[in-house]
Design a protein around this ligand. Sequence first.
Ligand SMILES: *Cc1c(COP(=O)(O)O)cnc(C)c1O
Length: 347
Amino acid sequence: MIIRRGEQELVSFSSNDYLGLSQHPEAVAAANLATSSYGTGAGASRLVTGNHPLYRQLETALAKWKGEEAACVFGSGYLTNLGVIGALMGKEDIILADKLSHACLLDGALLSGATVRRFVHNDVDSCRKLLKEKRNNYGNCLLVTEAVFSMDGDLAPLAALAALAAEYDAWLLVDEAHALFGSRDWTAEGRSVIRTGTLSKALGSYGGYVCGSQALIAYLQTAARSLIYSTALPPGVLAAALAALAVEEREPQRAKKALENAQCFTRLMGLPPAQSAIVPLVIGEESRAMHLSAALQRSGYLVAAIRPPTVPPGTARLRFTFSASHTQSQLHGLVEALKKQMEGQAA
Ligand SMILES: *Cc1c(COP(=O)(O)O)cnc(C)c1O
């Protein structure tokens, strides 16, 4: 995880390349081969002439990896959520979204014209209360959350939300953009679960996808406007994602390693154990977070300071992301530099 900024080499703790797959020789070779065979661009929307056979291969592999019936690849994670929510929901409907849902989930919800309410972050009772009050006044109902929250790294109570969705005849949309693992460890009744994600984080390529039931995917292919009216992805991008997925399935220890690296960091820092590859260190004041980030950069570590409005006021933070490709010495070096800076600031 070394990046270069001008003359300086930095160890990055700010990349979403959790499995180190964006640099993997097999992914690079697959992208090169597809590009030299088919050219750099798709030339048209998938529904016109851009539907390269690699799409089918990638969608089959994604559905299998996630343990779902079918998958559909979009131009990006952002376009996936916009298209999926817009295709399913309209002005007679209601969307209940976790308060900390990613901007593109909220944009999709607003753009759909449905009524949108937000429930307290990861609070199943708050969601239930809204369902009790509102559900009966609307047609379709969609619950929206993230498997791993992008700024806090905590996990949603998915089994409980799925049970609520079943009880209240709602769909549950789970954005898995920051998830490291394929098949889910929670179950849901019926076919009410919709899982979206991105090819540009753990899989190191670019693009987005949705997976779920055969019927859902068939419907989305004819109704999701961000799929229909946007140019297909370049063949090299699809080939890279497909190759990365093959490596991921062959080497499941990569996902475990990313999580273990995050947990090693939280242990060394005396923080609560990491639940995912994302660890926030809430600093509070914006300027202090900026200073810490700058000081770490001078010591050779790239760590982003995240400020409002991306996070709530007063919770400016350093956001660390861990990858399977970080070494023990890089982790220890980071912790040493961070402790030194924090003690220096406190003094
Ligand atoms: C990054 C992210 C997206 C967008 O994915 P892209 O492929 O980068 O457009 C969507 N949802 C969440 C939660 C994300 O963190």
